[in-house]
Design a protein around this ligand. Structure first.
Ligand SMILES: [Zn+2]
Length: 293
């Protein structure tokens, strides 16, 4: 059993016993790992605030055999996720990113590029940069890094370049644009504006400043990505509906924030575990994906 050292971002924390918890972390060198944290819940825990959602820490852990949990032995806090106490939209954007990472990466599959992107996104959320733009950029680059990037230019079935036109067919199942010939007979095809495709291209690059996008285009893009991510995960992400509301005009946003607070009482979000409350029913109802052929 080797002792390993790496940087880690906490993406899920589940209580295990009165004093211990199981932490899921996305690490720089080992990808996602799950580790038992003994004594984490004691008042004078040696881990202190390193075991909080989206904290960035330098950790030491004992790598166990494939079928048992690793054991976290040290966690030195590098950066707290301070957005948690300052802004709900940023807090929920952070939770959404943690949920995506947990759902779409495999244990022990290293992705240093994705670690860098996650760390940068968490820091930018902490700096209160635009949460919806940060989420979109994270989603599109996450998809690229795990080999699931949607095709924006060439038909996903025949490979021909799709010419510029006001509306373009986008196959949710084929994972990208479709030419006029190939879209016939396909299910779960939506019609996208050229502006949305352009925005997706701009957000797919992660080493440039965040693009500034027209709110109408952003709303359409959010709808497309909501369905795309749900298809990828096989379920609707828990945080998605709440995030979508935050992108809408202020009055709807105020309603969304009160819904968020209500949801918080039903869902233990700090531990990223769900109870069967109203929120889940809403999410389930919405998970019948829209199909507008
Ligand atoms: Zn085609």
């Amino acid at each position: 059993m080797a002792s390993e050292k790496t940087d880690a971002i906490m993406i899920r924390i589940v209580e295990f016993s009165e004093s211990s918890c199981i932490a899921t972390m996305f690490t720089r060198d080992f990808g996602k790992i799950g580790a038992m944290v003994k004594g984490a819940r004691r008042p004078k825990s040696p881990f202190e605030s390193a075991i909080d959602l989206l904290t960035i820490s330098r950790i030491v852990f004992i790598h166990k055999s494939t079928d048992s949990l690793d054991l976290l032995t040290e966690a030195k806090l590098q950066r707290r996720f301070r957005a948690a106490t300052r802004s709900l939209p940023h807090l929920y954007a952070g939770y959404y990113i943690a949920e995506l990472l947990d759902a779409l990466t495999h244990t022990g599959d290293p992705h240093p590029d994705l670690y860098e992107l996650t760390q940068e996104t968490v820091i930018q959320l902490d700096e209160l940069q635009d949460p919806l733009s940060l989420v979109v950029r994270f989603e599109l680059n996450l998809l690229r890094m795990i080999g699931q990037k949607p095709s924006f230019e060439n038909c996903t079935l025949c490979g021909l370049k799709v010419p510029r036109q006001p509306r373009i067919a986008f196959g949710q199942l084929s994972g990208g644009v479709l030419c006029g010939k190939c879209r016939v007979g396909q299910s779960r095809v939506i019609s996208l504006s050229w502006g949305v495709l352009e925005a997706m291209r701009l957000f797919s690059v992660c080493d440039t400043p965040l693009p500034s996008i027209d709110p109408m285009v952003m709303g359409e893009l959010r709808g497309v990505l909501n369905n795309y991510m749900a298809n990828m995960m096989g379920r609707r992400p828990r945080m998605q509906k709440l995030l979508s509301m935050l992108g809408r005009p202020a009055t709807i946003r105020d309603d969304a924030l009160s819904l968020l607070r209500k949801a918080e009482t039903q869902t233990d979000l700090r531990n990223n575990t769900t109870s069967t409350g109203e929120m889940d029913k809403d999410v389930l109802n919405e998970s019948r994906f829209s199909e507008n052929n």
